[in-house]
Ligand binder design. Structure first.
Ligand code: KIV
Length: 274
């Protein structure tokens, strides 16, 4: 799989089977967001395993104050750009706000993202999504379910707050995770949950877990590219580390992120929640 054990560069395309094997082998999965061909190319050079075309593009590309204004057309446009710049990474693409509120609507919109170049679609939500996940999965569309802090629900959640705190909330997150896996979810992504809960959930499910602000026990890590390059218009979340330091260029910053995630030196305890 690697061309050189010291550099850890992928020489073959990463697939869902690769990611499942990485969970079994306890090799950490790296993921960064990208929205265009050029940064995607640099991420390939740096050996990033998976690329998320996140609806965070609403904030970091469009200058919106949340992900809610992003449309499925926006997501298709950026997914196609990422696809054109990509050689080896596995591409996840976000389904935009309200583009999956009903199963048949979700199928139509997920098909658009897959035709634009995604290898998997990501949806935010819990057990209520099970019918949708089942339909997509039955039709051959791989699904990542995003749980914990779900930014499309920021107004309902009352802000960007840590989720899953306390036994009841943790039990609910576990049950929702199991429901989504039973429905066919292939990856679970957890945002802003306590580090120990990240471990409990990762141990409980047979599919890879990817975390952001979920501690170092998850099978993989994701960061928004602009955050880890220190380009942040407002508040820097606790779980973010700036890798564009120490005289590094962008490629070296991506390589440092890959190296730190693989070595489990990022995230550190200071990036996690209790
Ligand atoms: O849109 C995005 O970038 C995301 C990450 C925060 C996981 O969903």
């Amino acid at each position: 799989m690697y061309s050189d054990s010291s550099q850890k560069k992928r020489t073959k395309p990463v697939t869902l089977s690769t990611l499942n094997q990485m969970k079994l082998d306890k090799e950490k999965i790296t993921c960064l967001t990208s929205y265009d061909a050029s940064f995607t190319h640099v991420m390939n050079v740096a050996g990033v395993d998976t690329i998320l075309v996140g609806d965070s593009l609403g904030m970091v590309i469009q200058g919106q104050d949340s992900t809610l204004p992003v449309t499925i057309e926006d997501m298709c446009y950026h997914t196609a750009a990422v696809k054109r710049g990509n050689t080896n990474a596995f591409i996840l693409a976000d389904m935009s706000f309200m583009s999956y509120s009903k199963p048949e609507q979700a199928l139509d919109n997920a098909a658009k993202l897959m035709q634009a170049g995604a290898n998997m679609v990501k949806l935010e939500g819990g057990s209520w999504l099970a019918d949708t996940v089942k339909l997509l999965s039955q039709r051959g569309i791989p699904v990542c379910a995003h749980l914990g802090l779900t930014p499309q629900s920021v107004h309902k959640l009352g802000g960007y707050k840590v989720q899953g705190k306390g036994q009841d909330a943790a039990d609910l997150l576990l049950q929702e995770s199991l429901d989504l896996v039973a429905a066919g979810a292939d990856i679970l992504l957890y945002e802003c949950i306590p580090t120990e809960l990240g471990k409990t959930l990762t141990d409980a499910v047979p599919v890879p877990t990817i975390g952001i602000g979920a501690g170092h026990h998850t099978d993989g890590q994701v960061l928004v590219m602009h955050d880890m390059l220190g380009i942040n218009l407002g508040h820097t979340p606790k779980f973010v580390k700036n890798f564009l330091t120490d005289g590094r260029n962008v490629t070296q910053a991506f390589e440092a992120y890959v190296a730190d995630v693989k070595a489990t030196t990022f995230p550190g305890p200071e990036h996690g929640f209790k």
